[in-house]
Design a protein around this ligand. Structure first.
Ligand SMILES: [Zn+2]
Length: 168
């Protein structure tokens, strides 16, 4: 059985006592989170969030890419979120490579260059990466100034969440 088949079985169990069909579309706690996709970071568990309470946008590195910012804009303007958090974590895979090296390796292995993604957004300092993403979100003209955007680093070894200092 493939892993997809395994999780499909879990999904059919989930359906048996499903009781969340009444939830409205807008997140109840008006919170949106941009986080790394790391498998060790379960955002809902770390923050005590339940289904229906927050938007969680995830990608490799928790980067405020055009697409992540698109989601945050929709989250606020159409679905009413009023606070944003950016969460990175220790031991991130994005610390382990350089954009140009990965692009060169993939081009070599596949024999083909690719126009997209134009960048992988690898970084070498997780705190600075968080500050950069917070800044990128805050400076977007369609994200109102009054929305708090705070950045954090989750420690995958001890489960603590630490706020990144020195944010603009
Ligand atoms: Zn990561």
């Amino acid at each position: 059985m493939s892993v997809t088949d395994e999780v499909l079985k879990a999904s059919s169990n989930y359906t048996k006592d499903f009781a969340l069909g009444h939830l409205p579309m807008p997140p109840a706690r008006k919170l949106a989170i941009l986080a790394c996709m790391d498998a060790r970071l379960t955002v809902e568990q770390v923050l005590g969030l339940k289904t229906g309470e927050a938007h969680i946008v995830r990608n490799a590195g928790g980067i405020a890419t055009e697409d992540a910012v698109r989601s945050l804009i929709i989250s606020h303007h159409l679905l009413g979120t009023q606070e944003f958090m950016v969460i990175n974590h220790t031991d991130c895979g994005m610390l382990t490579f350089k954009d140009e090296e990965l692009a060169a390796k993939l081009t070599r292995e596949t024999g083909t260059a690719a126009l997209a993604p134009a960048r992988f957004y690898a970084f070498h300092n997780v705190e600075q990466n968080v500050r950069d993403q917070v800044q990128r979100i805050k400076s977007h003209p369609w994200i109102p100034r009054e929305i708090p955007v705070r950045g954090f680093v989750y420690d995958v070894k001890n489960g603590t969440l630490r706020e990144v200092q020195g944010q603009a």
